[in-house]
Write a protein that binds this ligand. Sequence first.
Ligand code: GLP
Length: 261
Amino acid sequence: MEVIIQPNNDAAAALVARIVAHDLRSKPQLVLGLATGKTMECVYHQLAQMHRTERLDFSQCRSFNLDEYVGLRPDDANSYRHYMDQHLFNQVNIKPSNTHLPDGMAQDLDAECRNYEALIQKFGGVDLQLLGIGRTGHIGFNEPLSALRSRTRVKALTPTTIQQNAPYFGGEAKVPRRAITMGVGTIIEARRCILLATGESKADIVAQAVEGPITSMVTASALQLHPRCTVVVDEAAAAKLREKEYYRWIFASEPEWEDYR
Ligand code: GLP
């Protein structure tokens, strides 16, 4: 795991967008794993801008989102399909048929989960997976106690997550209780993972995920097992990390990051 600390939210999101752009230019058929949430909005905004101003080309790329709420139609304003259309897919030249999210309205949810896994495999697996982190330490919707080898499946959301997402739904009562999510095992099979966390509300959980033990109580900690995972944080989200100076030194000295400094 590598940790990159940026001065603020915009700089952190810009760095993540530049990594995506770099990988997409090196491999136009990139299979991108995508995440939702407030944190990612800034990354998608930057990618849309790069598409307009630098002709960043998404025409051959394919995407798989981490998760979707059970019971929300794709055109529901709170569905992750709607979020993705609004923040990224309608802003760039990705083919709609190349964008995939689990179908939270599927009659047979277990079959939907199996098919989603099979589809990821069919297209060769995820090259670059973007991740946020929830307050419970979840990646995707892998809430505490999710098996670290879990695959795509239906998960019950925790009260904390329901509370966190309530403002978007106009109250806790309206938040769906379940979601389909890629499993922790599915996520860490991606060839590269980038986790972005910004703001002081993430400082505690970032420190647990990065410097704490690997535990199913904080599923983001499973990323410590990943051979190529970068955690990008702003100063606020980095506040509780013990080894900040070491991370800064690595970022300043490693040739891989020369173009990003
Ligand atoms: C939701 C998503 C997660 C995301 C998290 C963080 O729970 N399922 O994938 O990481 O929100 O959201 P935010 O960026 O709004 O803090």
